[in-house]
Design a protein around this ligand. Structure first.
Ligand SMILES: Nc1ncnc2c1ncn2[C@@H]1O[C@H](COP(=O)(O)OP(=O)(O)O)[C@@H](O)[C@H]1O
Ligand SMILES: [Mg+2]
Length: 271
């Protein structure tokens, strides 16, 4: 079954086309890696899916709900189904680990509200279970900023899981970490996604990690998709073929635009 469908997604910022006609799918048992150099559009793509960044055009379906069409209230509800894990962890430093995990109950856009909330017992028990699962139960009451980078990312993982998400969007979870710790974090994310059957779309800087864990790799370059397929098939030839296809498409586009311009000129000179 397909969990996520992204169709013809475009995002322009002033002066930059960050995403151009990007389409992709994530299966309900998929662990899909998004690779590409810095500024390729990985973070923008992940954020357009839950509309932390509003796409310029295109559609996003999560189990056939069109996220791009939802009003603010429905979007807030839908976001609760989408766990997000960030590169920089985005924890509230001076709050205890358990509160940071519980803040996931409110969705990732309102962490501060967690401080003023009294959480029901079931929520606290679930947060504790998750801390157990990521190996941090002994740090339950520690301030988040007393933890190491790897431990902080484990808190980020637990926070993303507390809502029992239908999809996890993960943005370079290991790039602030030492390689060994980064590897352990990838293993943990992969294990949890398998055990809990949560589909994952994860941007990864290191291609070797993508190749080791992903069911499918999608490569972006200058906002365009240049590879979408089996991790084993990702090699220079495959990428070259994709790039050529894009060049051909762009050339054709240009010819069409030029023809249109020419015909406008003709009209302009017509008496
Ligand atoms: N909020 C923004 N305003 C303007 N430009 C942005 C913004 N966010 C991203 N960009 C630009 O969009 C492009 C893609 O960025 P990003 O998605 O962050 O790439 P990646 O995550 O692959 O490094 C870059 O050229 C970046 O400068
Ligand atoms: Mg990024």
């Amino acid at each position: 079954m397909t969990a996520l469908v992204v169709r013809d997604l475009n995002k322009s910022f002033p002066g930059v086309e960050a995403l151009k006609e990007v389409s992709l799918e994530v299966d309900s048992n998929g662990f899909v890696a998004l690779i590409g150099r810095s500024a390729a559009g990985k973070s923008t793509l992940l954020r357009c899916i839950n509309r932390l960044v509003e796409p310029t055009s295109g559609e996003v379906f999560l189990y056939s709900v069109n996220l791009t069409k939802l009003d603010v209230k429905r979007l807030r509800e839908a976001r609760r189904d989408i766990g997000m894990i960030f590169q920089e962890f985005n924890l509230v430093n001076r709050l205890p680990v358990i509160t940071n995990v519980l803040s996931g109950r409110l969705g990732y856009v309102s962490t501060w509200r967690a401080i003023f909330r009294v959480f029901p017992k079931e929520d606290i028990e679930r947060a504790e279970e998750l801390l157990e699962r990521v190996g941090l139960i002994d740090f339950r009451d520690n301030r988040a900023d007393r933890l190491s980078g790897g431990q902080r990312q484990r808190v980020g993982i637990a926070r993303a899981l507390i809502q029992k998400p239908k999809l996890l969007l993960i943005d370079e979870p290991t790039s602030s970490l030492d390689p060994q710790i980064g590897y352990e974090i990838m293993e943990l994310i992969h294990k949890i996604s398998q055990e809990s059957k949560i589909p994952v779309l994860i941007s990864i800087h290191a291609v070797d990690l993508a190749k080791e864990f992903a069911t499918k790799i999608i490569a972006l370059r200058f906002g365009r998709k240049i590879y979408d397929g089996d991790p084993k098939g990702l090699n220079f030839d495959a990428v070259y073929k994709y790039e050529k296809a894009i060049e051909a498409e762009e050339a054709q586009e240009k010819t069409i635009q030029e023809r249109a311009k020419d015909s406008q000129k003709v009209e302009m000179y017509e008496p």
